[in-house]
Design a binder for this molecule. Structure first.
Ligand code: FAD
Length: 391
């Protein structure tokens, strides 16, 4: 059973209102012009949604991960790009909150979360890198100590969603110039500490409003801006599973809206020809069964994650396989639902300007298998399956 606190319910009411009255209204324009969904993100800021997961003693609202995931679903349902920007930001916040040093109440990260709450700062992610692609567990760029007690880095990032609009970046790096590719840290920099030199353009097939070109990121920071926990722990306990949970919720939202549009099409056809058979209704039933599978996988994985707050279990291969499989299944199933919706609606779904249009949904959903290439994840799983005792 899902139990929402009053805080969760108030947060979700705000997000649904933003999704329905703002994100939905601008979604087609955001997509057509590949522009940042500024109206939706500003409205979320006004409602303090960017610090929803920040604990209350640090100035946030302390909402649950379930509420954050539901918010990604609701935003994804109205505008995939708004949902993705919100999800990417929350992945960074959840990761920082879950790995705060419990002894260091005055640490940089405690102070920074207070700033996220008071200033509604937006955090972007710089994990992918030229040379390692989407392999989050390896870095080329290194954190390099300076003589004056500062540190610096330069990273070639192929894709930084909303980098030009973000207040902060959470960047993965080798721990030092001597460290191996897998000996990593995660460093947070503010936009007065880093520069972004754009490389290339952003005119993609889908998720156009995420505004995700490549950049060379250069930064100078204090060494205490590095999360203290080992990055391998941060990655396996938080960054990877939480990314897969929040992404899959917004993909479910995109697929759900495509299904809803197909259903509206079939019902309109039935009203026009009362008593006559509606061939598209049969197709809709197939789409419904694909959507049900997606929904069960996405919601089941969240339940399992929330039930396994046992850090020992999170270090197991079975846990890694579970949440890798969520990403694989959801990223393959969401476009399937959107494709089914297109087959159901036919030409009116194919056109971009009808109430039944699903082209944006299909294109947005197709980005899912690339957000860390599925073949890479299969390769990791293949290795784990050879040695894992239990799966
Ligand atoms: C909309 C969107 C937004 C994104 N936003 C961000 C962001 O904000 N920050 C960020 O850091 N990243 C982000 N990414 C992720 C990033 O773009 C990619 O993960 C990364 O750039 C990888 O590039 P690539 O697609 O060339 O894949 P690569 O991982 O380089 O793979 C290229 C090809 O080689 C294959 N391949 C590579 N390695 C293996 C392997 N080991 N086994 C089998 N096949 C393999 C892949 O299947 C693929 O066909 C985003 C991606 C998308 C789609």
């Amino acid at each position: 059973m899902t139990v929402l606190t009053d805080q969760d319910a108030a947060f979700l009411a705000d997000v649904v209102e933003v999704a329905d009255t703002i994100a939905k209204v601008h979604a087609d324009d955001v997509d057509r012009n590949a522009r940042f969904p500024v109206e939706a993100i500003d409205a979320l800021r006004e409602r303090r949604a960017l610090s929803a997961f920040v604990p209350t003693d640090l100035g946030g609202d302390g909402v649950s991960l379930r509420a954050i995931a539901t918010a990604c679903f609701e935003l994804g349902r109205r505008c995939g790009a708004s949902g993705m920007v919100f999800a990417m930001h929350q992945i960074q916040v959840v990761t920082i909150v879950r790995h705060l040093d419990p002894q260091g109440a005055d640490s940089f990260f405690h102070e920074h979360l207070r700033a996220v709450a008071s200033e509604q700062r937006l955090i972007a992610s710089v994990t992918s890198e030229v040379g390692t692609g989407g392999d989050m567990g390896r870095s080329v760029a290194a954190l390099t100590p300076g003589g004056d007690g500062t540190a610096s880095f330069e990273k070639q990032a192929p894709t930084v969603s909303y980098g030009a609009y973000a207040d902060d970046l959470l960047t993965t790096l080798r721990a030092s110039p001597e460290a191996g590719p897998g000996d990593q840290v995660a460093a947070l920099t503010r936009n007065d500490q880093h520069t972004l030199e754009q490389k290339g353009t952003w005119d993609p097939l889908g998720m156009r409003g995420t505004c995700s070109p490549g950049y060379v990121v250069r930064a100078t920071l204090s060494p205490d801006q590095v999360l203290a926990a080992p990055f391998a722990t941060i990655m396996t306990e938080s960054m990877v599973p939480v990314s897969h949970i929040l992404w899959s919720h917004l993909w479910l939202g995109v697929a759900t809206d495509a299904f809803d549009r197909a259903r509206a099409f079939v019902r309109a056809a039935a009203r026009q020809k009362p008593g006559e058979p509606i061939p598209a209704a049969l197709r809709l039933s197939h789409v419904m069964s694909d959507l049900s599978l997606l929904r069960a996988e996405v919601r089941g994985a969240l339940d399992e994650f929330l039930a396994s707050e046992d850090r020992e279990r999170m270090a197991t291969m079975a846990f890694a396989l579970r949440f890798n499989n969520l990403k694989l299944a959801a990223s393959e199933q969401a476009p399937r639902v959107c494709q089914g919706a297109l087959t159901t609606t036919g030409i009116v779904g194919f056109k971009n300007d009808t109430p039944f249009s699903v082209g944006r949904h299909l294109r947005d959903a197709m980005s899912a298998c690339l957000m860390v290439a599925n073949d890479r994840i299969h390769q990791t799983n293949a290795g784990l399956l050879l040695i894992a005792k239990d799966v």
